[in-house]
Each structure stands twice: as C-alpha cells, then as structure tokens.
Design a protein around this ligand. Structure first.
Ligand code: F6R
Length: 364
C-alpha cells in the first residue's frame, strides 16, 4: 500500500505529479483553455473582498493564494487561523466571499469559524479533500482538491492540490474582474499543465536533497526565508521540518530578517532560502548576503538563472527548473517537503506518525 516507499509521506510526495495532473483535469474544459467550476459556480464580480480561514498547512495555502487573488484579480484578501478568527468574531462586511480550506473537512476550529460566517458572508466556499465532510456539507459551494486519501500526518499532496485549486479560483476571479483576458488565462493554464512535468524533475533532486538533509539533521535551529508568495512557503517548510524531525524551525519574510531573527544567525544555523529568479530575487539575495556575512550556512533553492548569479559563498544550491511566477510556490513545495522528509529519516523519527500530532484535529 506504500507502493514500494518506506513511508506514506514518501509515497504521497512522489505521487504529486500524477495527483496534481488529475486534479487539474477535473477543473479544465475539454480544450484545456478554460476552467469549469462546480455547477452553480462563483460569480467573482459579486464580491469585493475574500476572507479565508484555515489551520496549519491549509492556512499556509490560503496565505499563498492571498498573493494571487490580490495580484491577479485585485481582490483584497484577509487570511486568519481559525482558532483566532472564531473567537475574535471579526466584522464580515457586505459582498464578502468566505473561503474555508481543510484537507479533512473536519477540523473543529475551521468548522466553528465557518458557522460564525453563516448569514454574514455573501457566500461560503469550501476547498476540501473529503467532499462528504462537515465543512463541505455546511458550505454553499464545494471545490474538491482531488488529492486522494492522505495518510501521512504531515500534509504534502493535499497542500499542492489546495494551491492548485486556489490558483484556478484566482485566475477565474481575474477574468471576472476584467484583469485577465481569455488568452492570458489560457497561457496560465498551459503552464499549469506543464507543472506535473516540472514536479517530476524536482523529485529527481531527491538524492541531492538527502545529502543536504544529512547535515541538516545535526542542526538545532533552522530558518526558512522567502519573499512574496514564497514567504508562506518558507513558513510551510519550517512547519514541515519541525513536525516530523522535531528540529526547531522558523519561517520569515526575507525582509523581516534584520528586524530581529538575524540575531540568531551564526555558523550553526542553516538558513534555507527559497528564491526563484523573479522580480524580487535581488532583494532576497541581499538578505541572503546578510546571512552569509554572519557565517550562516545558506541552502539556496532557486533555478539555473538564480544559481548562476547568487551561488557564491552558499553552502548548498538546489536548482529547480524554471517555472512561471504563479506556479512557483507549488513547485518549490516539493524540495521543502523532501528536505523535511529526509531530515526526519536521517534522525530516525516516526515520519508518518509524528509524536503529539493527529491527522484530523476534531477537538479545539
Ligand atoms: C501539517 C498538517 C496540519 C493540518 C491542519 C489542518 O502538515 O497536516 O497543520 O494542515 O491540522 O488540517 P485540515 O486541513 O484537515 O483542516
């Protein structure tokens, strides 16, 4: 049942190209040039804002998609962890779309947050892996992520499928708001369909990542840095690492480094920098240089162009294929997952059943 893998997590990481291809197939029109949503659809012209609520990795998928909804569609997005949202009882203005993201669809805090928005939000949408779940049943419209059953406690394929569905929603919103034409949409969809191929290349780097992980396993603290949509991914990389390897890890927005966390940096602290060669690359590299100047051990995860410019003085460089800005967080999730996985295996922890954690958190 682990299909030749040592752990469910390894299997679930490895099957992402196929699973993602499937998930995309469920949402694309036959000619692949348009997105088909559930029957009653979502009319994005009816909403001025989106409020997104989730926990853990699902929350980080929401945080990533905030960049997409805001940049592509120009719709302001609030993102909250469910346990804060439900007790803060925030105002929900008119013309708000509420989106709840949950792999299990049973997370108690997320469900309670959903119930709080009933009668307040214009529409309640659920992005879930389990279509029969409570969160799906209590929503107005359900977007299944089609990831298949996820057994490893650390979420992997559900995260990339959540991102995929949220990216499709953001693209549809951009079209509805007249900020993207049919041709622009089609271009994004072509690069989305190329993503499984790029993911296969990323999985091929597993051996290199394992070598890095062997050294990471000796660390006490690890920092993850990213800018823009790579910032939530830095948080996800840190979450995955602490969950299964029990190494203390934190994710930061690269620009926040000098506002405190850089005090932690010395030659014992590996710093993982997630930086495709995009319009923010130079900014991230200058933050990385601040780390190098303090003797920090940098693992740079980038593409060929980025590696060419910025590998000097870096401890390890992991080179991913080039990818569109929109798809980058989905592709870069794979080395983050593999880094956590191989580090945990090197430490001999229980990868699929980490201590103190449950797959579905149905108590608050
Ligand atoms: C992390 C992880 C958790 C879940 C969180 C929400 O790897 O799996 O952080 O993402 O408990 O669970 P769902 O998505 O089922 O609501």
């Amino acid at each position: 049942e682990k299909a030749g893998h040592k752990h469910f997590m390894a299997k679930e990481i490895a099957e992402q190209p196929g699973v993602l291809g499937d998930a995309i197939g469920h949402y694309l029109s036959n000619d692949g040039l348009d997105v088909n949503f559930p029957a009653d659809g979502l009319d994005f012209t009816a909403y001025d804002r989106i409020t997104m609520v989730a926990c853990g990795t699902a929350y980080l998928a929401c945080l990533t998609s905030k960049y997409w909804f805001e940049q592509l569609a120009g719709i302001p997005v609030d993102v909250d962890v469910a346990s804060e949202f439900r007790y803060r009882e925030p105002p929900v203005p008119a013309r708000t779309l509420a989106v709840f993201v949950s792999q299990s669809g049973e997370t108690a805090d997320t469900l309670a947050a959903l119930r709080y928005t009933e009668g307040k939000a214009d529409k309640i949408a659920a992005v879930v892996n389990v279509p029969e779940s409570s969160i799906a049943r209590e929503s107005d419209i359900v977007f299944p992520i089609h990831a298949g059953i996820e057994i490893g406690v650390a979420s992997t394929k559900a995260f990339t499928c959540q991102l995929t569905v949220l990216a499709l929603m953001a693209l549809k919103a951009a079209v509805a708001k007249d900020r993207l034409d049919a041709e622009g949409l089609a271009q994004h969809l072509v690069s989305l369909q190329n993503l499984p191929g790029l993911m296969n290349i990323a999985l091929g780097l597993s051996g290199d990542i394992k070598d890095v992980a062997a050294k990471l396993a000796e660390a006490r603290d690890v920092l993850f840095l990213g800018r823009g949509a790579m910032y939530p991914l830095a948080l996800e990389g840190a979450l995955k690492l602490k969950e299964i390897s029990y190494i203390h890890a934190e994710g930061y927005a690269s620009g926040e480094l000098k506002h405190g966390p850089i005090a932690l940096v010395d030659k014992h602290v590996p710093v993982i920098v997630m930086a495709p060669h995009d319009r923010l690359f130079d900014k991230t590299v200058s933050n990385m240089q601040e780390v190098l100047a303090r003797g920090g051990k940098v693992v740079l995860i980038t593409d060929a162009q980025g590696a060419k410019i910025a590998s000097d003085g870096v401890w390890q460089t992991i080179v991913l294929p080039e990818v569109s800005d929109l798809m980058a967080p989905i592709l870069y999730a794979l080395p983050a997952q593999l880094l956590a996985y191989h580090t945990a295996v090197a430490k001999g922890t229980d990868v699929d059943q980490p201590r103190n954690l449950a797959k579905s958190v149905t108590v608050e």
